[in-house]
Design a protein around this ligand. Structure first.
Ligand SMILES: NC(=O)c1ccc[n+]([C@@H]2O[C@H](COP(=O)([O-])OP(=O)(O)OC[C@H]3O[C@@H](n4cnc5c(N)ncnc54)[C@H](OP(=O)(O)O)[C@@H]3O)[C@@H](O)[C@H]2O)c1
Length: 254
């Protein structure tokens, strides 16, 4: 059976692990040619090999999206080599939790550079191509899916600057949605709760222990659960825009 994304091209940032990797697989299964962007080339090559073996098309883009020229080059290479750009999944992100008082400034800078500026660089470079795809593509609609977080809706002690970036993603997405919706570019926000990925491993050990204790009894989501939410959004008919999806583990209270 032909996939619903046959003839389309998707670029997924942060495709070397977790949610991005699972999303690239899901979109490829739906027939999209997928461009895979992240810094760890070997991980991207392995995923691309898997997608190609299953009969799909994949392009590896070793990219640090916090470097604007690299973010732009990833978008341009996608269009040059795969022909167009119908779907951007702005997923690359880092969560460096911890108290605000005496926080290492370097952690704040990393979160702002990646979660906010990296996403903006990719969005800026991709927008002309997405708008063109919405006019001319097989589906006559295009998608930008921005990954925020529950922390983009509610903030807690220890997630102040992470929340700053993720609230920012929600605000940016809603403003852009209003601007481009009449041109059939759908802008969606996905807000996951706790997902079992590498994300938590970047948190300082002393902070990680406290953060993990908060959700110790909760069965976390799997990356595939969020990939399915993204797949759902981008496979809706042209008339349906899922603007925002908050997906928590069943047992997660906050
Ligand atoms: N896991 C959760 O509980 C959870 C909850 C809510 C929201 N989220 C959000 O979901 C998104 C994906 O996170 P995840 O849970 O899948 O974590 P993950 O497994 O750590 O994935 C993060 C991805 O971002 C990439 N990345 C990091 N720095 C980058 C850079 N400078 N340029 C390009 N790519 C970069 C990483 O690849 P390289 O290291 O190879 O570059 C990796 O592929 C993030 O935006 C995160 O905030 C996650």
């Amino acid at each position: 059976m032909a996939g619903q994304l046959e003839g389309t091209v998707a670029l997924v940032t942060g495709a070397s692990s977790g949610i991005g990797e699972a999303t690239a697989r899901a979109l490829a299964r739906q027939g999209a040619a997928v461009a895979l962007a992240a810094r760890r080339r070997e991980r991207l090559e392995a995923l691309a090999g898997e997608i190609r073996e299953a009969g799909g098309r994949a392009l590896v883009l070793e990219t640090d999206v916090t470097e604007e020229p690299q973010a732009r080059a990833a978008v341009e290479q996608t269009v040059d080599e795969l022909g167009r750009l119908d779907t951007l999944v702005n997923n690359a992100g880092v969560m460096l939790l911890g108290p605000i008082v005496d926080a290492p400034l370097e952690e704040w800078e990393r979160m702002v550079h990646l979660n906010a500026l990296g996403l903006l660089y990719c969005a800026h470079a991709a927008l002309p191509h997405l708008l063109r795809a919405a006019e001319s593509g097989p589906r006559r609609v295009a998608d930008m899916v921005n990954i925020s977080s529950v922390a983009g809706r509610k903030t807690r002690v220890g997630s102040g600057v992470y929340s700053l970036t993720k609230f920012g993603v929600v605000a940016f997405s809603e403003s852009l949605r209003q601007e481009v919706t009449g041109r059939h570019l759908r802008v969606s926000v996905v807000e996951p709760g706790a997902v079992a990925t590498e994300l938590i491993t970047h948190v300082r050990p002393e902070v990680r222990a406290a953060a993990s204790k908060n959700i110790a009894d909760v069965e976390p989501l799997q990356a595939e659960d969020i990939a399915q939410a993204i797949e759902f959004i981008v496979t809706r008919p042209r008339r349906v825009a899922v603007n925002e999806l908050l997906v928590r583990p069943t047992e997660q209270e906050y």
